[in-house]
Design a protein. Structure first.
Length: 161
């Protein structure tokens, strides 16, 4: 398994991985806004400060995560693993790589938002040290999404090692 930082030219790969992973949420109410993104919108986001990581197995892209820097940490989103490669620890490896990168940059926290209707994702993040710090709602043109905001404090993780 090889993890690489995405370049702007990787936008079509990121988009393809994201669509494969998020298609299962097309029947959520409302559907994930990830399904409305395009390779062009991903490219523009990467040009404007967003970053990404791509996981390769046997030189084939199988997962990715996008992220932005915040004042004291990183906020990740759109974590995607293609359905046929789930259960192999790819998501966790991506997040551990992102945590190591954040620590290297002197950051203290990693954040994410998770739909309340996706308890399996909440459980995944909890299993590696994330905690819920707030319930919230995201208002979209096609409906409201109830979410939980999660955080992992990296300075506490370092102290426990």
């Amino acid at each position: 398994m090889d993890i690489k930082f995405a370049k702007t030219s990787d936008a079509p790969i990121i988009h393809h991985l994201m669509i494969q992973a998020f298609t299962e949420y097309k029947n959520e109410n409302p559907p994930s806004s990830a399904l409305l993104e395009t390779a062009q919108s991903v490219s523009e986001a990467l040009e404007n400060g967003e970053q990404g990581l791509i996981v390769y197995m046997d030189h084939q892209p199988v997962g990715m995560v996008r992220f932005k820097f915040q004042s004291n940490g990183i906020c990740f989103f759109r974590l995607s693993v293609i359905p046929e490669k789930r259960g192999l620890g790819i998501a966790k490896k991506l997040l551990f790589f992102l945590e190591a990168f954040a620590i290297e940059k002197g950051l203290t926290s990693i954040y994410c938002n998770v739909r309340l209707t996706l308890p399996q994702n909440i459980m995944l993040y909890r299993s590696i040290g994330y905690t819920i710090y707030e319930n919230d709602e995201v208002h979209r043109p096609n409906g409201t999404v109830k979410i939980v905001k999660m955080v992992k404090r990296l300075d506490e993780a370092e102290e426990k090692v």
